[in-house]
Structures are given as C-alpha cells and as structure tokens.
Design a protein around this ligand. Structure first.
Ligand SMILES: Nc1nc2c(ncn2[C@@H]2O[C@H](COP(=O)(O)OP(=O)(O)OP(=O)(O)O)[C@@H](O)[C@H]2O)c(=O)[nH]1
Ligand SMILES: [Mg+2]
Length: 260
C-alpha cells in the first residue's frame, strides 16, 4: 500500500537537495475541475481577495502575491453531461484556458473537494477531460484539495488513503503533488505561500519549462485524421474567432488590475 507523506516534505527531499529552487517572480496557474469544486474561491484565496463569487466562462485574473506576479486562469467547470455530449465549444474553452496565459501555465491545479466522494465514476470523468490534453500535462499537474475546513484535524494524507484507489491513482499521476486550501480563511497567507512554493517545485521538476499545449488539440489535426480537411479549416477559423472573443471578453470583464 502506498504511504502518502506530507506533500511538502516529498517535494523538498526529492527536488531541493540537488536542485536549487529559484524564486519565481512570475507564475502562471490554471485552475480546473468539476463544477462547484471551489475553483473561483481558490483563485480568490491565491490572489488574497474575495472579489468574484460565481463564474460561467473562462476567467483570467492577475495580481501581486508575496512579491510575485501571479496569473490565475479558471477553466469552465466540468460536468458529466458536458463530457457525454462532447460539445466542441466546451472542449475548446477548456483547452483555450490553458493557452490564455502565454507562453503557457507553469502549473495546472486540479481542484477536488474533500467533502465529496472521488471514486471510479469521478475518476473516469476526470480521465475523459485529461485526454483533451497531451500526456505531458501530468508533469505540470498538482491536486488542489478544497474544503479543508471539513477535514478538521484529519491530515490530508489520511483522507487520500481512506478515500480509496481512484484518488490515490490521481495523486500518483500528479507525481504525489497536492495541497489543501481552506477557502473560508481566504486571507490566510501561510496556506498560499506553501502552495506557491509547491508550484515552484513543479517548475524545478520541469527544468524551468512551462506546459506547452502542442498542436495536437487543434481541430485541424483531429479532422485531418478523419480525412476532412475542408471541415478542419472551417473549425480552425471558428476556434480562432472564439479564442479572440474569449480573450476580448476576459480582458474587458474579468481582468483585474493589480492593487499595490
Ligand atoms: N466550506 C467551504 N466552502 C468552500 C470552500 N471553497 C469553496 N467553497 C464554497 O463552494 C461553493 C462553490 O465554490 P466556487 O469557488 O464558486 O466553485 P467553482 O469551482 O468556481 O464553481 P463553478 O465555477 O460554478 O464551476 C461556494 O459556495 C463556495 O463558497 C472551502 O474551502 N470551504
Ligand atoms: Mg467558478
């Protein structure tokens, strides 16, 4: 049986003994996961301000946190129904969210609630979404548990062990990287500093590289495989249009200028 040691100590002993952890002055983070997982609240906690409650589309926010310039992009929430229906527009939004922090996110945080079951069914849905990305994505992933207040004094490691195989599989896929937030105490700087240190360790593990989307997700490639070049071109034009619209609307409605 796998023993889950505190994430910080794993990261430090494995990474920092041989590689000096740089102090990153700029960090790009994508938050993704199920609907109501606590993505917006986690964004608020990371940026230290409780400014947004509900979100529907992609939200990009920026701010200064402990001397770092942080970009946080929230992807639209996942749902079983959306994945089943395979709505192209929805899929593209998920993927675009990763490309909204050019040249690419340092870390993708997979937001999971600790007060909700994460079993085989949830694992299958998650895997369906992860397949939208290339396999390299896993080396930039970290599980971000939310609803830390529900755990009380129970260590997160105990929760991972008791929840069962699927959650353990996920944590292992994320190279044993995880963190827990209590978004009810969003002004607790310590939980954010620790998270940012773990993100830094992800960057070190990737030799300073950010996640690159690659071109395999583009509709052009998908359609080429099916031998539909004309349709592919049409899809590409639509995807580019949508990308421009999303960028326009996020910068108009959601991009929040840093308060110093
Ligand atoms: N008790 C508790 N509630 C939380 C925590 N994080 C989020 N919530 C609550 O959970 C609900 C959903 O949180 P959101 O941050 O809107 O979740 P989301 O993933 O952004 O939701 P969508 O964007 O709609 O997919 C809200 O009522 C939050 O107040 C937490 O750590 N503890
Ligand atoms: Mg949200």
């Amino acid at each position: 049986m796998t023993m889950f040691l505190p994430s910080t100590s794993i990261g430090r002993s494995r990474l920092c003994a041989s590689v000096h952890t740089p102090y990153l002055t700029e960090m790009r983070i994508v938050l993704m996961g199920y609907k109501f997982a606590g993505k917006t609240s986690s964004g608020n906690t990371i940026l230290g301000r409780e400014e947004i409650k509900r979100t529907v589309e992609i939200v990009k926010r920026q701010g200064e946190v402990a001397g770092r310039h942080i970009t946080v992009v929230e992807a639209p929430g996942w749902s079983d129904r959306a994945l089943k229906e395979r709505r192209e527009a929805f899929k593209q939004q998920i993927m675009l969210s990763a490309s909204l922090c050019p040249p690419g996110p340092h870390c993708l945080l997979l937001v999971i609630r600790v007060d909700t079951a994460f079993k085989e069914k949830e694992g299958k849905i998650l895997n369906g979404y992860m397949k939208l990305f290339n396999q390299r994505v896993w080396s930039h992933m970290m599980v971000l548990f939310t609803f830390g207040d529900y755990l009380g004094d129970t260590p997160i490691e105990q929760h991972i062990e008791s929840e069962g195989k699927t959650l353990q599989w996920l944590v292992e896929k994320c190279r044993n990287r995880y963190h827990i937030l209590n978004n009810m105490t969003w002004d607790d700087d310590a939980q954010v500093s620790e998270l940012l240190e773990k993100v830094e360790e992800v960057v070190v593990a990737n030799k300073g590289c950010h996640f690159k989307m690659g071109r395999t997700f583009l509709p052009e490639v998908e359609a080429k495989k099916k031998g539909e070049p004309a349709k592919a071109k049409e899809k590409m034009v639509n995807a580019e249009k949508q990308s421009k619209n999303i960028k326009k609307s996020t910068s108009k409605n959601h991009k929040i200028t840093t308060k110093q």
